[in-house]
Write a protein that binds this ligand. Structure first.
Ligand code: ZN
Ligand code: ZN
Length: 263
C-alpha cells in the first residue's frame, strides 16, 4: 500500500491533518463554495470550478463513471468538461449549465460512493471493532459475521489503512451490535468475560467513549468520563476507578502551569 502524497485525497481518505493537507482541504472548500454561490448565475456557469472539483474527486480514486453516477448526469458531459470532444474538434468546455455544475459540485467523496477497493485510513474501523470487543463480543464471533479469517480480523484491529469495503462492513456491524448484549445473542458468559478482559488489557475504549463526530476523527480521543480533556476529567477517572487518560493528564498539567504563572 503506497502512501498518497499530502493533499486533498490524503486529508479526506487517510485523515492526515498536516499543514499541506489542511491547506488542500481549504482550497477544495473555497473552490466548491465559491462555485456554488455562482451557481445561481443564468444561463451559464463557469466550467473551471467544476473541472477543479472533478479533479479533486478523481484524486480520491473516483472515476468519471462513479462521479457521473453520483451526480446523476451522463458521463460524456463530464468528459466534455475535462477534455472537450476532440472528435468534434472542441476543447474543454468553458461554460456549463448551472444545473450540471450544481449536480457535480454536490458530489463529495464519501464511503457510499468511493470504489470498494480504495484504501483509506482505518481509524474509525479499528475503534469500532475495539469498542465491540470491549462490549463483550469475542473476536471470533465478529470475524465470522464479517466473513473474515481470525488472522485477518486480528490484523484489521491494528492496521492503519483498510479498503472501503471493510470500512463499510465494520460500520454496518457496529450499527447492528453497539447496543446489543452479546450474552443475549449466543455468546457464552465465559467468552464474553474474556473479550472484555482482553479489551481492558489493551486499553481499548468502549462504545460510550465515542460519538458519531469523533469516532472517525484521527485527532479525536475517547471520552471515557464525559469530561475527558477538561480539568474535571482527572477526578472523574478516579471516581470510576480508572487510570487517568493522557488528555486529562494534559489538562491537569495545563491548570498547574497556569496556577504557577499566576502565582
Ligand atoms: Zn498531510
Ligand atoms: Zn480522561
Amino acid at each position: 500500500m503506497n502512501e498518497r502524497p499530502h493533499g486533498y485525497a490524503r486529508y479526506r481518505l487517510d485523515g492526515c491533518r498536516c499543514y499541506v493537507c489542511a491547506f488542500a482541504r481549504s482550497q477544495y472548500d473555497d473552490n466548491r463554495n465559491r462555485a456554488v454561490a455562482y451557481g445561481t448565475w443564468r444561463p451559464w456557469a463557469d466550467a473551471e470550478p467544476v473541472r477543479i472539483h472533478i479533479r479533486h474527486l478523481q484524486s480520491c480514486s473516483m472515476g468519471l463513471r462513479a462521479i457521473a453516477a453520483a451526480a446523476g448526469v451522463d458521463r460524456k458531459r463530464l468528459q466534455a468538461i475535462i477534455t472537450g470532444r476532440p472528435e468534434r474538434g472542441t476543447g474543454p468546455q468553458e461554460k456549463v449549465r448551472p444545473a450540471l455544475a450544481a449536480a457535480v459540485l454536490a458530489v463529495e467523496p464519501t464511503l457510499d460512493n468511493l470504489p470498494a477497493c480504495t484504501v483509506i485510513g482505518a481509524t474509525g474501523t479499528a475503534r469500532r471493532l475495539q469498542a465491540l470487543i470491549t462490549a463483550g463480543w469475542p473476536q471470533h464471533h465478529l470475524a465470522v459475521r464479517l466473513g473474515m479469517s481470525d488472522a485477518n480480523f486480528a490484523a484489521t484491529l491494528h492496521r492503519e489503512r483498510v479498503v472501503v469495503r471493510t470500512v463499510r462492513a465494520v460500520r454496518g456491524l457496529y450499527d447492528a451490535l453497539w447496543r446489543a448484549d452479546p450474552r443475549e445473542h449466543g455468546v457464552a458468559v465465559q467468552r464474553y468475560s474474556r473479550a472484555r478482559a482482553q479489551a481492558a488489557a489493551n486499553g481499548w475504549a468502549p462504545v460510550g467513549a465515542w460519538d458519531d463526530d469523533t469516532i472517525d476523527d484521527p485527532a479525536a480521543f475517547p471520552d471515557w468520563t464525559g469530561r475527558c480533556g477538561t480539568p474535571a476529567g482527572d477526578a472523574a477517572h478516579r471516581r470510576l476507578g480508572q487510570t487517568v487518560c493522557q488528555p486529562c493528564l494534559n489538562a491537569r498539567a495545563a491548570v498547574r502551569r497556569e496556577a504557577g504563572a499566576a502565582a
